[in-house]
Write a protein that binds this ligand. Structure first.
Ligand code: TMP
Length: 238
């Protein structure tokens, strides 16, 4: 049935459409952390993230990455290809930060000699634990070939996004991706790419991402607005 809510997530609700292969993602005015343990309404966040994510997906599609993004429908909504989501968070790190800094007792800000890709098992009851390839195979979430493909995709997307953000004066510290399979079993980039799912630092070391919320550094909508305007400026000049 069209227009039925089929999933309610922390940052987005998903709706069915007339076409069984297409869904509508509605970005919400909500910020969460610690697997939803801290949850706040943030007015205007949904439209900022939908616009940023739509713009980034357009850039990734243009660069030849297969994504679920079809088009932006409104300020808060975009249409996406319906996928069966692979329960893995694929994290790529260029610079030491966040849980990586904590896990290894390192200072944030140290550049890694080579980007590192990590997998986390998407499971709210388990708080999305860090897993390795063999765990992923044991859990039957993906085959060895698919895991290799996910890592290669993350590295390729990293090159595109690093360049994109560098052009607006931001360093891409790390990011999280999610993928799904389409009807033909092809693996396609899903979910969102936004300051909720990336760490972005400006040249003065300011956080231009969700760490502003996580660390109580100020207003995330002010920061996301800056990121959006810079990206829009770039897209307009293409
Ligand atoms: P982490 O340092 O907390 O592991 O986060 C690594 C990157 O992944 C960072 O850019 C934020 C992003 N991320 C999400 O998008 N969702 C999540 O649930 C987590 C834990 C991280």
């Amino acid at each position: 049935m069209p227009n039925q809510k089929i999933y309610s997530g922390k940052a987005k609700d998903l709706y069915s459409t007339e076409d069984e292969n297409v869904i509508v993602a509605q970005y919400k005015d909500q910020a969460t952390m610690l697997n939803g343990a801290r949850k706040e309404e943030v007015l205007g966040k949904g439209k900022l993230n939908n616009q940023i994510s739509s713009l980034i997906f357009r850039q990734l599609n243009k660069a030849g990455i297969k994504t679920h993004f079809i088009k932006q429908l409104s300020e808060t909504e975009q249409s996406n290809v319906k996928l069966a989501i692979i329960p893995l968070e694929v994290v790529l790190r260029n610079v030491v930060a966040g849980s990586f800094a904590k896990r290894f007792g390192l200072e944030e800000g140290v550049k890694l000699s080579k980007p590192i890709v990590e997998f986390y098992y998407k499971n709210d009851d388990l708080d999305d634990p860090f897993i390795n390839d063999e765990h992923a195979l044991f859990l039957k979430v993906a085959s060895a070939e698919e895991l290799a493909f996910l890592k290669a995709q993350a590295r390729q997307i990293n090159i595109i996004l690093q360049d994109l953000f560098a052009r607006i004066g931001l360093t891409l510290i790390d990011f999280k991706l999610e993928f799904g399979r389409n009807q033909a079993g092809e693996i396609i980039l899903a979910d969102e790419v936004s300051p909720d799912t990336c760490r972005l630092w400006d040249t003065d070391g300011n956080h231009m991402d969700k760490d502003v919320f996580r660390r109580n550094l100020g207003s995330i909508t002010d920061v996301y607005q800056v990121v959006l305007e810079k990206l829009q400026g770039l897209e307009e000049n293409e």
